[in-house]
Design a protein around this ligand. Structure first.
Ligand code: GTP
Ligand code: MG
Length: 150
């Protein structure tokens, strides 16, 4: 089953939005595979955001993500990457639809509450950056019979 990496950023942790993000993913039908509260080191931040290293806001991005703990998660389910990005909403919360996480909880692009992998390749890369294989849990949930057909 497809996996994606979702992270509640420092603003979301400080504003007590972790529980709501987890609840939304659970209720959608996704299955939690791994989760932890952690500080992001400068090295990890630079590696995670390396596609943005030439952008003018790269320094701000690294400073922000290392400023306070994040809640890192791996969620599994059908089309997890694409569906999760829809649940997050557009990058800029001011443009994100109401009903999405960013649309409901944010106002500015630099403080947009959550991160989600943008492709399967990114998901694989980000999961291995943030988690050891031994921290990911394989298990069966009987409720999945009520989420998926056949
Ligand atoms: P992520 O899920 O966090 O990767 O967001 P995204 O894929 O929707 O956006 P993108 O990867 O293009 O940008 C990464 C992050 O950089 C965004 O989530 C924003 O928090 C931040 N960001 C984007 N544009 C700006 C900007 O103009 N200024 C600042 N300070 N941050 C920005
Ligand atoms: Mg991105």
């Amino acid at each position: 089953m497809e996996k994606t990496f979702i992270m509640v950023k420092p603003d979301g942790v400080q504003r007590n939005i972790v529980g709501d993000v987890v609840t939304r993913f659970e209720k959608k039908g996704f299955q939690l595979v791994g989760a932890k509260l952690m500080h992001v080191s400068e090295d990890l931040a630079k590696e995670h955001y390396k596609e943005h290293k030439e952008k003018p806001f790269f320094g701000e991005l690294v400073d922000f993500i290392t400023s306070s703990p994040v809640f890192a998660m791996v969620w599994e389910g059908e089309n997890a990457v694409t569906v999760a990005r829809k649940m997050l909403g557009k990058t800029n919360p001011a443009e994100a639809e109401v009903g999405t996480i960013r649309g409901d909880y944010g106002l500015q692009v630099a403080k947009n509450v959550v991160h989600g992998s943008d492709s399967n390749e990114s998901a694989t890369r980000e999961i291995s950056l943030f988690f050891e294989e031994s921290e990911l849990v394989n298990y069966t949930k009987l409720i999945n019979d009520w989420v998926y057909e056949g």
